[in-house]
Ligand binder design. Structure first.
Ligand code: ADP
Ligand code: MG
Length: 669
């Protein structure tokens, strides 16, 4: 009964539907309208407002042609005896219907009794009035025929549409039933119908999502991991040996992680904190704890620069211990790689830091016990899985520098445990951020020169070019050349972009570390992690092209010591939203606030990256706008899963979700 062929339409239409991912009647009825057109009488209360009126034609039609374009004008009278002059473009084919005394409905805008119509219907308002769903469609199917298909599908599926929301929760939240909700979303009679339908469908979507997460977590919790045993005193000594004392949030996170490592369950923890909040130290303590328990650990970074830096940082932290850290990246020579592989396999290497090279086939670990990935969203599920599968029931820690409020994190990453670092290390000064309305460096040249004269170093971030590393590289080179020409031999300008060879990048980065380079012109390759304490000025070109979380990440490269840092956001954009966003960056220094603002503007996919897992995507609900519903769905899902486990209830519902889960599960080896 779910066969799409029951629509009895043409094969061409089936093809188009199939391109829209509509392959069954079920798919069809779940293709929701993205908006509604409401047709009811509407007189404008303000000039230039949208209007819909019924009126009668009272003059002959005049048409002016210009090439294939046309402009048609005529006069009408409405039911209050008011006269209007109507103009409509490119609809001259309507002329034959617009006879004197015909009653029509006019949709458009009105100014001084002159109407510019966007549409004219040769029907009375009474005949037309109603709410019309508008679908996103592919060419070849129009709104009207799609509506007919949906209507037919709903008729064919009548009585077979079951609720995936248990009756208890339908009652509790006073929801309508699914079949009714589908009718109401496609063919509402009034606004209340739409509200009721949305209430049901959003809750349903979130409940499915939360159930999926909870069941995944359940499965993971039931999978036994390794109960790591370690000398906690030794760990304490290590923490005390660090060059600074840890913040309260760092300590809490460490406690949570170590407890996980020592528990018989597999750790799957999400560690989030603002840029510069000190996640690296936390990861090094975790790696040390894992080492003390007798296991190998791996830390994976998204770029070579970052991996190299982590390697150096860890080496410094572990200086007075027996821990042996190795670096594994793509740019090592074949011979060096062989050496590292051997040390990993033999167990001489205790901690391995690297890039994607870490999970290549050739790498054989010796008792891998902990995997940490830095900057979560750059790795896909498959990559994480590949690395995890290098060991047996490995504990897993994912670090993210795009922090979100805890409640949101728990709802979105509900299958993981979440640790959050909110407080910054003591003595940090917020980066003074200035939005400069300019496309060149002129307005800030004086500040820059003054700053360099006092021995500082500066980052210059080049415009982001969507999908073109080549253009990005080009603009970076041009800026670097121009700056070097300007400063002559006084300062050295370095260039860093994605099209350079790894060794070249490494050389430039080292030059910047050692201060043989004072100005680093770069594309966003420096976005993550890089830590040069003497660099406390940053200039960002075309700042409006970056997401706010990304700007915050970039800005986090400076002001990592005790010195006051300055960030200039250059933009010549006149777009009010762009200006508003950049002004917001001047005011806010809280990565949590910024990511929230950004999430509202651009949505979770853009900001946090796609998780690429088998989790449902939301057709109708919006994580940000409908957050309260998500929270309620989470609570209900917890209750449902626990009733399932303890009282054997909800078998059908849970079974359907488990079937879907089997297809893609990143936790089960
Ligand atoms: P994140 O990776 O979270 O952006 P890092 O771990 O790179 O941050 O830490 C940023 C800087 O702050 C580093 O130079 C680090 O040594 C320093 N740092 C970390 N924790 C502390 C602390 N508790 N007190 C003082 N400095 C710290
Ligand atoms: Mg970091």
């Amino acid at each position: 009964m779910n066969d799409i062929k029951l629509l009895k339409t043409t094969s061409k239409r089936y093809d188009i539907l199939s391109q829209m991912n509509i392959k069954t009647l079920e798919d069809l009825i779940h293709h929701y309208p993205y908006r509604y057109e409401i047709i009811e009488e509407k007189y404008p209360t303000d000039e230039d407002e949208h209007m819909i009126i019924e009126a009668t034609v009272i003059s002959p039609i005049k048409i002016f042609f210009k090439g294939r374009m046309s402009r048609m004008t005529f006069e009408v009278e409405d039911r209050y005896l008011q006269h209007f002059q109507v103009t409509i473009f490119n609809r001259h084919f309507l002329r034959q219907y617009l006879k004197l005394d015909t009653t029509i409905t006019i949709i458009g805008k009105c100014h001084n009794h002159r109407i510019t119509a966007s549409d004219i219907k040769i029907k009375t308002l009474n005949e037309l009035a109603g709410i019309y769903p508008v679908y996103s469609l592919k060419e070849g199917i129009n709104q009207k025929s799609f509506r007919q298909y949906v209507q037919k599908a709903l008729r064919l599926l009548k009585g077979q549409i079951v609720d995936d929301i248990p009756e208890k929760y339908i009652m509790q939240h006073r929801l309508i039933h699914k079949e009714n909700a589908l009718y109401c979303i496609h063919f509402p009679e009034n606004k209340k119908d739409i509200q009721e339908a949305l209430k049901y469908l959003k809750y349903e979507e979130f409940l499915q999502f939360q159930l999926t997460m909870q069941l995944t977590k359940q499965q993971r919790v039931q999978t036994m991991g390794i109960e790591k045993k370690l000398d906690v005193m030794k760990l304490q000594d290590f923490i005390l040996s660090l060059p600074f004392s840890l913040t309260a949030d760092q300590q809490t996170s460490i406690k949570e992680i170590v407890t996980d490592l020592m528990s018989p369950r597999m750790m799957y923890r999400f560690l989030q904190g603002d840029v510069g909040s000190g996640k690296t130290v936390v990861s090094s303590v975790a790696l040390y704890a894992n080492y003390l328990a007798g296991y190998q650990g791996a830390l994976m970074a998204p770029t070579e620069i970052l991996a190299t830096q982590h390697y150096k940082t860890l080496n410094a932290f572990f200086e007075n211990t027996d821990v042996c850290v190795e670096l594994l990246t793509g740019s090592l020579s074949a011979k060096e790689k062989e050496r590292v592989y051997e040390r990993i396999e033999s167990g001489q290497a205790d901690i391995i830091v690297g890039t994607h090279a870490l999970f290549q086939k050739k790498v054989q670990y010796h008792n891998l016990g902990l995997v940490i990935t830095d900057e979560q969203h750059r790795f896909g599920v498959m990559q994480r899985k590949a690395l995890k599968n290098k060991g047996h029931q490995v504990d897993f820690l994912i670090m993210s520098a795009t922090p979100i409020p805890r409640t949101l994190a728990i709802s979105m990453y509900g299958d993981m445990d979440v640790s959050t670092i909110k407080t910054m290390p003591q003595g940090r000064l917020p980066v003074v951020t200035k939005y400069i309305q300019s496309s060149s460096m002129k307005p800030i040249l004086k500040e820059l020169k003054n700053y360099l004269a006092h021995g500082g170093q500066c980052y210059v971030i080049c415009p982001l070019v969507e999908d073109s590393e080549h253009l990005e590289a080009k603009s970076a080179s041009q800026i670097a050349t121009a700056m070097q020409a300007y400063f002559k031999t006084q300062y050295h300008v370095g260039l860093l972009h994605g099209q350079m060879k790894d060794e070249e990048k490494e050389k430039v980065m080292n030059g910047f570390f050692n201060n043989t380079i004072q100005i680093l012109v770069s594309t966003t390759v420096v976005e993550v992690g890089v830590d040069v304490k003497n660099a406390n000025m940053m200039v960002i070109y075309n700042a409006e092209r970056f997401g706010m979380s990304q700007l915050h990440q970039l800005r986090g490269r400076i002001g990592r010591g005790k010195e006051q840092a300055y960030c200039y956001l250059m933009s010549s954009s006149k777009a009010p939203e762009a200006i508003e966003r950049l002004k917001y960056m001047e005011k806010s220094h809280d990565g949590f606030e910024i990511s929230l603002y950004d999430l509202k503007l651009r949505g979770p996919g853009e900001v946090l990256g796609q998780r690429q897992s088998g989790l449902p995507t939301f057709l109708i609900a919006d994580i940000m706008k409908d957050f309260p519903v998500l929270s309620i769905a989470r609570k209900d899902a917890e209750e449902i899963v626990s009733d399932y486990i303890e009282k054997n209830e909800y078998f059908g519902l849970i079974g359907r979700i488990q079937d879907k889960l089997k297809e893609n599960n990143e936790y089960i080896d």
